[in-house]
Design a protein around this ligand. Structure first.
Ligand code: TYD
Length: 141
């Protein structure tokens, strides 16, 4: 049961260390997220009609956080899908390796922070959805 890929996609709520000066969210590897951090990148300036991602990773796990603005993440294992709305700077979504992901519906002010378990290696990306389905052994029956 718990081994289903889609079941591993979980939202995380980080502690807001808030006081009258504002908020401060801390994300430590292997503590607040389930992997050691190797890389961060962030995505901003994407138009409302843009769809990003559209790939699966053989090795990288991710946590995505909309530190400003909002976006949506659609994940699928090739059979079922799930949509997560990222609309709070203290909320993240964990994405296991080999899940197919698409990010879209970016607000104008969206800054999507991506925390990754691996440094960048373009060879671990599966960018073709039909290759992904083959690898996941999803066939038309
Ligand atoms: P891309 O994978 O298309 O972004 P996304 O899938 O998140 O929409 O990456 C855009 C460009 O940035 C592409 O030329 C590859 C490069 N890139 C790196 O050099 N290192 C990285 O860690 C990432 C995520 C992308």
């Amino acid at each position: 049961m718990g081994t289903r890929l889609l079941d591993q996609v979980n939202t995380l709520e980080f502690k807001q260390n808030g006081d009258d000066r504002g908020h401060l969210v801390v994300i430590e590897g292997n503590k607040d997220i389930p992997f050691a951090l190797a890389r961060i990148f962030y995505i901003y300036g994407s138009g409302a009609d843009v769809v990003r991602g559209c790939h699966a990773n053989r090795r990288s796990e991710f946590v995505l956080v909309n530190v400003n603005g909002t976006s949506k993440v659609k994940v699928t294992d090739g059979r079922e899908e799930k949509v997560i709305v990222l609309d709070k700077p203290y909320m993240g979504v964990y994405l296991p390796k080999m899940i197919w992901k698409e990010m879209y519906d970016f607000s104008k002010d969206s800054v999507l922070l991506c925390l990754a378990s691996e440094v960048y290696d373009s060879n671990e990306y599966i960018r073709s959805y039909s290759d992904y389905l083959k690898e996941m052994r999803v066939t038309d029956e």
